[in-house]
Design a protein around this ligand. Structure first.
Ligand code: FES
Length: 72
C-alpha cells in the first residue's frame, strides 16, 4: 500500500513502493537511507522533485486539512 501524507507547511511524504519518473519516463533515484520519500511542494528545493528542507526557510505556508476525511 502506498500512502501520501501532506505535511503541514512541508512536503508530500510518500510511504510504500513507488516509481518516480521525469516527463520523459527517466527514473529518479530517491535519496539513500530514507524509509520514506519527501516530494517538494513549495517549489524551493534544489533537489526537485525531492524535498531538501528549504521549505523551512522560504516561508512556505500550507496548513490546510482534509475536510470530511477520516484519519487512519
Ligand atoms: S517542500 Fe521541502 S523543500 Fe519544498
Amino acid at each position: 500500500m502506498v500512502t501520501i501524507k501532506v505535511r503541514e507547511n512541508g512536503p508530500y511524504v510518500v510511504t510504500g513502493p513507488v516509481t518516480i519518473t521525469d516527463a520523459d519516463g527517466a527514473l529518479y533515484t530517491p535519496p539513500e537511507g530514507k524509509p520514506n520519500i519527501a516530494l517538494c511542494r513549495c517549489g524551493g528545493s534544489s533537489t526537485k522533485p525531492f524535498c531538501d528542507g528549504t521549505h523551512n526557510a522560504n516561508g512556505f505556508l500550507a496548513p490546510e486539512r482534509a475536510s470530511g476525511g477520516e484519519a487512519p
